[in-house]
Write a protein that binds this ligand. Sequence first.
Ligand code: SIN
Ligand code: FE2
Length: 204
Amino acid sequence: MTTLPDGVRHYPEHFDLEAQQALLEDVRHVVRQAPLYVPTMPRTGKPMSVRMTNCGTLGWVTDRQRGYRYQATHPETAAPWPKIPSMLLDLWREVSAYPHPPEACLVNFYSADARMGLHQDRDEEDFSAPVVSVSLGDDCLFRIGGVRRADATTSLRLRSGDVIVLGGQSRLAYHGVDRIYAGTSMLLKTEGRINLTLRRVTIP
Ligand code: SIN
Ligand code: FE2
């Protein structure tokens, strides 16, 4: 049993296989309208190893010139982001304990060798809402620490259908993905992992 920092909640297999398949269909629908693209780091322009897209009224984007931010349109097609699927809005209502809907759902696609360095989610205005995240596909090794980069971290394996909530004292906790365990799930047609991250951005 892993003890998680205060404010972190892990719901193993919150979505069963049937629900994961339905959610995956929703994600495919989103990606058809808002294609995955390669985000780049502020200043250096270094490409991230994950591919990204969003749904919601706002999407999280990053590029060399303008850095991390939220915007209402896809950076490559300039189209508004598609709607957040209802299953994810239902999830938010169930687990967020926050009275307003999420505005952004970041979709991250990890190939077998992709990773995400330790970071805070802090580009939002409203930190009273939690970050709610769903894993689909291959397992990953997720790492979560405290609100300072140097704080001790805990690692846990996230599996397809798992939900993790970062709220309260852990809303600004450092977190990242150290590795993908390729071939551990049969859900996707290929190796890899999808992560869906729901966030409230603006103060209502
Ligand atoms: C993220 O922090 O944006 C993604 C976390 C994850 O992939 O589980
Ligand atoms: Fe994050």
